[in-house]
Design a binder for this molecule. Structure first.
Ligand SMILES: C[S@@+](CC[C@H](N)C(=O)[O-])C[C@H]1O[C@@H](n2cnc3c(N)ncnc32)[C@H](O)[C@@H]1O
Length: 251
């Protein structure tokens, strides 16, 4: 039995199991080397990774590069949902500059500790990491220009609530820059009950139509889901995608 399997056998809600899985990942990745080829496959260029410590690269566990969506401008306030070790937060911090601000939010205490240690190594003053759930974002309404996220929303058992919270904290005209796993067809309840596959970002994924309908229902416009590549490592039932959208300027 793998470490993750052992940590996942306990009774309880799926969110507790996700926390266990990512605590284990944070502990295992802390000291190991990163695979730069894997980062290249996810859309990070070698140039943009220059200057990021190994401890940031080793913890990267996303499915795309949301900072490449081109939505960030100098001075923006950016929120990263499920920031992990902080790779996208640190890349976004360069784009928004000293007049901007980037906030990383993650519910796994061990991940937030790692991200804060990485922040101390980089010495940036326009970045902060918060402990909390993306279903209950600890930020004021209309306080954020861009929400990004990388392979996290598929892990939430209550995506409607996540999307409502995203809509609440975004300013009018605010934009989404999301990389996530999307299901080719819906997973059955039995498949969704497999905690290991859920925590691997597979069976919590919803289809492109479900994803975009949920975003539109809470009020987002210009919603667009674009396939990046099929995620061969984990399952042929999901693909990685960029999801964009915007909160209307006038409600
Ligand atoms: C697959 S990792 C991706 C981490 C990071 N975005 C990256 O690209 O490296 C998923 C992260 O999301 C966090 N997470 C999962 N569900 C969450 C939730 N409901 N609220 C906050 N964080 C969550 C986990 O703790 C973990 O750090």
């Amino acid at each position: 039995m793998s470490n993750i399997q052992a940590g996942l056998t306990s009774e309880g809600p799926i969110q507790d199991k996700v926390k266990v899985a990512y605590t284990i990942l944070a502990e295992q990745s802390c000291c190991g080397p990163s695979e730069n080829s894997k980062l290249g496959n996810r859309g990070y260029t070698p140039e943009e990774l220059i200057g990021l410590p190994e401890s940031v690269l080793a913890l990267s566990d996303g499915c795309g590069n949301p900072t490449a969506l081109g939505a960030m401008r100098e001075g923006d306030t950016v929120l990263d949902l499920g920031s992990g070790g902080g790779i996208d937060v640190f890349l976004a911090a360069r784009k928004v500059g000293r007049t901007g601000r980037v906030i990383g939010l993650d519910m796994t205490p061990r991940m937030v500790e790692s991200a804060q240690a990485n922040l101390a190594r980089l010495g940036l003053d326009n970045v902060e990491f918060k402990l909390g759930e993306i279903e209950h974002i600890p930020l004021a309404a209309e306080s954020v220009d861009i929400i990004m996220s990388n392979c996290v929303i598929c892990l939430s058992p209550d995506k409607d609530q996540v999307f409502r919270e995203m809509f609440r904290v975004l300013r009018p005209g605010g934009r989404l820059a999301i990389a996530d796993e999307v299901a080719l067809k819906p997973f059955s309840s039995e498949e969704k009950a497999d905690p290991e596959k859920w925590c691997e970002c597979v069976t919590g994924a919803v289809t492109e139509a479900e994803y975009s309908n949920m975003l539109r229902e809470v009020g987002f416009e210009n919603v667009y889901v674009k396939q990046i590549h099929r995620t061969m490592e984990s399952s042929s039932r999901v693909f990685s995608a960029f999801i964009s959208g915007a909160k209307p300027l006038r409600l």
